[in-house]
Design a protein around this ligand. Structure first.
Ligand SMILES: *Cc1c(COP(=O)(O)O)cnc(C)c1O
Length: 233
Protein backbone atom coordinates (compact mmCIF):
# COMPACT_ATOMS: atom_id res chain seq x y z
CA UNK A 1 0.00 0.00 0.00
CA UNK A 2 1.33 3.42 -0.89
CA UNK A 3 1.42 5.89 1.94
CA UNK A 4 -1.47 8.30 1.74
CA UNK A 5 -1.82 11.65 3.35
CA UNK A 6 -5.45 12.55 3.53
CA UNK A 7 -6.26 15.93 4.96
CA UNK A 8 -8.35 15.77 8.11
CA UNK A 9 -11.66 17.66 7.95
CA UNK A 10 -10.44 20.80 9.71
CA UNK A 11 -7.60 20.90 7.19
CA UNK A 12 -10.03 20.83 4.27
CA UNK A 13 -11.72 24.01 5.49
CA UNK A 14 -8.37 25.63 6.17
CA UNK A 15 -6.94 24.51 2.82
CA UNK A 16 -9.88 26.00 0.92
CA UNK A 17 -9.30 29.30 2.64
CA UNK A 18 -5.59 29.17 1.91
CA UNK A 19 -6.06 28.40 -1.79
CA UNK A 20 -8.48 31.32 -2.12
CA UNK A 21 -5.89 33.58 -0.48
CA UNK A 22 -3.22 32.33 -2.87
CA UNK A 23 -5.52 33.06 -5.82
CA UNK A 24 -5.99 36.62 -4.56
CA UNK A 25 -2.23 36.99 -4.20
CA UNK A 26 -1.61 35.65 -7.71
CA UNK A 27 -4.11 38.17 -9.09
CA UNK A 28 -2.50 41.24 -7.54
CA UNK A 29 0.67 41.65 -9.64
CA UNK A 30 -1.27 41.11 -12.86
CA UNK A 31 -4.16 43.37 -11.94
CA UNK A 32 -6.88 40.76 -12.27
CA UNK A 33 -9.97 40.87 -10.05
CA UNK A 34 -9.96 37.63 -8.01
CA UNK A 35 -13.71 37.23 -8.62
CA UNK A 36 -12.83 36.34 -12.21
CA UNK A 37 -11.34 33.10 -10.99
CA UNK A 38 -13.43 30.17 -9.81
CA UNK A 39 -11.84 27.56 -7.61
CA UNK A 40 -13.03 24.14 -8.75
CA UNK A 41 -12.50 21.74 -5.84
CA UNK A 42 -11.55 18.41 -7.40
CA UNK A 43 -13.13 15.86 -5.08
CA UNK A 44 -12.40 12.64 -7.00
CA UNK A 45 -11.55 9.66 -4.76
CA UNK A 46 -12.83 11.57 -1.72
CA UNK A 47 -15.78 10.24 0.26
CA UNK A 48 -19.09 12.07 0.50
CA UNK A 49 -18.31 12.82 4.15
CA UNK A 50 -15.12 14.63 3.22
CA UNK A 51 -16.87 16.52 0.45
CA UNK A 52 -19.52 17.60 2.97
CA UNK A 53 -16.80 19.33 4.96
CA UNK A 54 -16.07 21.53 1.96
CA UNK A 55 -19.78 22.10 1.36
CA UNK A 56 -20.33 23.11 4.97
CA UNK A 57 -17.40 25.52 4.62
CA UNK A 58 -19.45 27.19 1.89
CA UNK A 59 -17.72 25.83 -1.18
CA UNK A 60 -20.03 25.12 -4.11
CA UNK A 61 -18.04 24.32 -7.26
CA UNK A 62 -16.63 20.81 -7.60
CA UNK A 63 -14.96 18.66 -10.22
CA UNK A 64 -15.14 14.89 -10.65
CA UNK A 65 -13.46 12.80 -13.32
CA UNK A 66 -15.48 9.56 -13.28
CA UNK A 67 -19.17 9.31 -13.99
CA UNK A 68 -19.76 6.18 -11.95
CA UNK A 69 -17.95 7.49 -8.88
CA UNK A 70 -19.83 10.79 -9.10
CA UNK A 71 -23.15 8.95 -9.41
CA UNK A 72 -22.45 7.24 -6.12
CA UNK A 73 -21.81 10.45 -4.21
CA UNK A 74 -23.41 13.47 -5.79
CA UNK A 75 -27.16 12.88 -6.10
CA UNK A 76 -27.50 12.95 -2.31
CA UNK A 77 -25.04 15.82 -1.89
CA UNK A 78 -26.86 17.86 -4.52
CA UNK A 79 -30.14 17.23 -2.80
CA UNK A 80 -28.73 18.77 0.38
CA UNK A 81 -26.87 21.56 -1.44
CA UNK A 82 -28.92 22.36 -4.57
CA UNK A 83 -26.75 25.32 -5.57
CA UNK A 84 -23.77 23.07 -6.22
CA UNK A 85 -22.12 23.28 -9.63
CA UNK A 86 -20.64 19.93 -10.61
CA UNK A 87 -18.11 19.87 -13.44
CA UNK A 88 -16.99 16.79 -15.36
CA UNK A 89 -13.21 17.03 -15.81
CA UNK A 90 -12.49 13.46 -16.94
CA UNK A 91 -12.96 11.51 -20.17
CA UNK A 92 -16.52 10.93 -21.35
CA UNK A 93 -17.53 7.81 -23.28
CA UNK A 94 -20.46 8.24 -25.62
CA UNK A 95 -22.45 5.51 -23.85
CA UNK A 96 -22.20 7.55 -20.63
CA UNK A 97 -23.41 10.83 -22.10
CA UNK A 98 -26.95 10.45 -20.83
CA UNK A 99 -25.74 9.73 -17.28
CA UNK A 100 -23.30 12.63 -17.42
CA UNK A 101 -25.96 15.10 -18.55
CA UNK A 102 -28.28 13.97 -15.79
CA UNK A 103 -25.72 14.79 -13.10
CA UNK A 104 -23.17 17.34 -14.29
CA UNK A 105 -23.73 21.05 -14.76
CA UNK A 106 -20.72 21.63 -17.02
CA UNK A 107 -18.81 19.18 -19.24
CA UNK A 108 -15.17 20.30 -19.51
CA UNK A 109 -13.88 17.46 -21.68
CA UNK A 110 -15.46 17.62 -25.13
CA UNK A 111 -12.63 16.40 -27.32
CA UNK A 112 -13.90 14.65 -30.45
CA UNK A 113 -16.61 15.03 -33.08
CA UNK A 114 -18.52 11.86 -32.24
CA UNK A 115 -18.79 12.82 -28.57
CA UNK A 116 -19.89 16.33 -29.55
CA UNK A 117 -22.61 14.89 -31.81
CA UNK A 118 -23.91 12.51 -29.16
CA UNK A 119 -23.93 15.33 -26.58
CA UNK A 120 -25.90 17.57 -28.94
CA UNK A 121 -28.43 14.81 -29.70
CA UNK A 122 -28.92 13.88 -26.07
CA UNK A 123 -29.27 17.50 -24.94
CA UNK A 124 -31.92 18.00 -27.62
CA UNK A 125 -33.76 14.93 -26.39
CA UNK A 126 -33.56 16.03 -22.75
CA UNK A 127 -34.37 19.64 -23.52
CA UNK A 128 -31.37 20.59 -21.41
CA UNK A 129 -28.51 22.71 -22.78
CA UNK A 130 -25.46 22.01 -20.61
CA UNK A 131 -22.50 24.38 -21.02
CA UNK A 132 -19.35 22.70 -22.31
CA UNK A 133 -15.63 23.33 -22.64
CA UNK A 134 -13.40 21.91 -25.36
CA UNK A 135 -10.37 20.01 -24.06
CA UNK A 136 -7.20 20.85 -25.97
CA UNK A 137 -4.17 18.55 -25.92
CA UNK A 138 -1.69 21.43 -25.84
CA UNK A 139 1.28 19.11 -25.37
CA UNK A 140 0.20 16.91 -28.30
CA UNK A 141 0.70 13.87 -26.09
CA UNK A 142 -0.48 10.67 -27.79
CA UNK A 143 -1.90 9.15 -24.60
CA UNK A 144 -3.78 12.28 -23.58
CA UNK A 145 -7.32 13.28 -24.46
CA UNK A 146 -8.08 16.53 -26.18
CA UNK A 147 -8.23 17.97 -29.66
CA UNK A 148 -4.84 18.96 -31.11
CA UNK A 149 -4.14 22.71 -31.15
CA UNK A 150 -4.09 22.82 -34.96
CA UNK A 151 -7.51 21.22 -35.14
CA UNK A 152 -9.05 23.25 -32.34
CA UNK A 153 -10.48 26.18 -34.35
CA UNK A 154 -12.37 23.91 -36.75
CA UNK A 155 -13.61 21.69 -33.92
CA UNK A 156 -14.81 24.69 -31.91
CA UNK A 157 -16.71 25.94 -34.97
CA UNK A 158 -18.25 22.52 -35.52
CA UNK A 159 -19.41 22.26 -31.90
CA UNK A 160 -20.75 25.77 -31.76
CA UNK A 161 -22.08 26.51 -35.21
CA UNK A 162 -23.07 23.12 -36.62
CA UNK A 163 -24.11 21.25 -33.49
CA UNK A 164 -25.34 24.24 -31.48
CA UNK A 165 -23.47 23.30 -28.31
CA UNK A 166 -23.14 25.96 -25.64
CA UNK A 167 -19.34 26.22 -25.90
CA UNK A 168 -18.06 28.49 -23.15
CA UNK A 169 -14.31 27.96 -23.39
CA UNK A 170 -11.32 25.65 -23.30
CA UNK A 171 -9.62 23.30 -20.87
CA UNK A 172 -6.12 21.80 -20.85
CA UNK A 173 -3.89 19.52 -18.80
CA UNK A 174 -0.24 20.37 -19.61
CA UNK A 175 2.34 17.55 -19.72
CA UNK A 176 3.43 16.68 -16.18
CA UNK A 177 7.13 17.07 -16.84
CA UNK A 178 7.06 20.43 -18.60
CA UNK A 179 6.90 24.06 -17.61
CA UNK A 180 3.14 24.74 -17.91
CA UNK A 181 3.26 28.43 -18.87
CA UNK A 182 3.64 27.94 -22.65
CA UNK A 183 0.65 25.61 -22.56
CA UNK A 184 -1.45 28.13 -20.67
CA UNK A 185 -0.39 30.80 -23.19
CA UNK A 186 -1.34 28.56 -26.10
CA UNK A 187 -4.77 27.78 -24.63
CA UNK A 188 -5.41 31.48 -24.10
CA UNK A 189 -4.47 32.25 -27.70
CA UNK A 190 -6.74 29.59 -29.16
CA UNK A 191 -9.61 30.83 -26.97
CA UNK A 192 -9.04 34.45 -27.93
CA UNK A 193 -9.06 33.65 -31.64
CA UNK A 194 -12.33 31.78 -31.20
CA UNK A 195 -13.89 34.51 -29.06
CA UNK A 196 -14.17 32.26 -26.01
CA UNK A 197 -13.74 33.61 -22.48
CA UNK A 198 -13.56 30.61 -20.16
CA UNK A 199 -10.15 29.02 -19.52
CA UNK A 200 -9.97 25.99 -17.23
CA UNK A 201 -6.29 25.53 -16.48
CA UNK A 202 -4.02 25.17 -13.48
CA UNK A 203 -4.03 22.47 -10.80
CA UNK A 204 -2.56 22.11 -7.28
CA UNK A 205 1.02 22.44 -8.48
CA UNK A 206 0.64 25.31 -10.91
CA UNK A 207 -2.62 27.23 -10.48
CA UNK A 208 -0.79 30.42 -9.55
CA UNK A 209 1.05 30.25 -12.86
CA UNK A 210 -2.23 29.92 -14.76
CA UNK A 211 -3.65 33.16 -13.31
CA UNK A 212 -1.45 35.58 -15.33
CA UNK A 213 -2.46 33.71 -18.50
CA UNK A 214 -6.13 34.33 -17.90
CA UNK A 215 -7.37 31.22 -16.12
CA UNK A 216 -11.02 31.62 -15.14
CA UNK A 217 -11.24 28.19 -13.49
CA UNK A 218 -8.46 26.46 -11.58
CA UNK A 219 -8.98 22.77 -10.77
CA UNK A 220 -7.42 21.98 -7.41
CA UNK A 221 -7.59 18.58 -5.74
CA UNK A 222 -4.70 17.49 -3.53
CA UNK A 223 -3.97 20.97 -2.19
CA UNK A 224 -7.47 20.95 -0.71
CA UNK A 225 -8.22 17.33 0.15
CA UNK A 226 -4.73 15.92 0.65
CA UNK A 227 -2.98 13.37 -1.52
CA UNK A 228 -5.03 10.67 -3.17
CA UNK A 229 -4.36 6.97 -2.90
CA UNK A 230 -2.54 5.66 -5.99
CA UNK A 231 -5.02 4.37 -8.57
CA UNK A 232 -5.21 0.58 -8.69
CA UNK A 233 -2.86 -0.82 -11.32
C1 LIG B 1 -7.23 15.22 -10.64
C2 LIG B 1 -7.37 16.36 -11.58
C3 LIG B 1 -7.10 17.68 -11.18
C4 LIG B 1 -6.60 18.04 -9.79
O1 LIG B 1 -5.28 17.67 -9.66
P1 LIG B 1 -4.45 18.07 -8.33
O2 LIG B 1 -3.05 17.97 -8.78
O3 LIG B 1 -4.82 17.07 -7.31
O4 LIG B 1 -4.83 19.43 -7.96
C5 LIG B 1 -7.29 18.69 -12.09
N1 LIG B 1 -7.72 18.44 -13.35
C6 LIG B 1 -7.99 17.19 -13.78
C7 LIG B 1 -8.46 17.00 -15.18
C8 LIG B 1 -7.82 16.12 -12.92
O5 LIG B 1 -8.08 14.88 -13.36
Amino acid sequence: MPETKNAIPSDITENLREIQTRIVKACMPVGRPPEEITLVAVSKTNTADRIRVALRAGHRVFGENRIQEAQGKWPALKQDFPEVELRLIGPLQTNKVKDALALFDVIETVDRPRLARVLAEEMERMGRRVPVLIQVNTGEEPQKAGVLPAGAPAFIRECRDELGLDVRGLMCIPPVDEEPSPHFALLREIAKDAGLSVLSMGMSGDFEKAVPFGATHVRVGTAIFGSRPMPAA
